[in-house]
Design a binder for this molecule. Structure first.
Ligand SMILES: [Zn+2]
Length: 97
């Protein structure tokens, strides 16, 4: 696990995987403001803290091949475009204020 560079955070804020440019992400474990995502193309995983649709901080947490088993998340949540996820989380936070 390591912190993301500013360039990587910028790519994610735009809704793209900083490693491969793919925009489709599989949601994984969530806790508080933090949501884990896995790139559906290259399998890299990120832990992103998001508030009001803004990416606050992110970490690179590994990849699908060597990480924990996300089978139950694959079953429960379909992959989404990261831009849509950011927008939904922004809408959520406004609804619950
Ligand atoms: Zn990727």
């Amino acid at each position: 696990m390591r912190d993301l560079t500013k360039r990587e955070e910028y790519q994610l804020q735009l809704g793209r995987c900083p490693a491969c440019g793919c925009g489709l992400f599989q949601p994984g474990p969530r806790g508080g403001l933090s949501q884990n995502f896995e790139c559906t193309d290259c399998g890299r995983r990120f832990n992103l803290a998001i508030a009001a649709g803004i990416l606050l901080v992110g970490q690179f947490i590994g990849d699908a091949d060597t990480g924990t088993d996300w089978t139950r998340f694959y079953a429960a949540h379909r992959p989404h475009m990261l831009r849509e996820i950011l927008q939904e989380m922004a809408d959520d936070s406004q609804t619950h204020q």
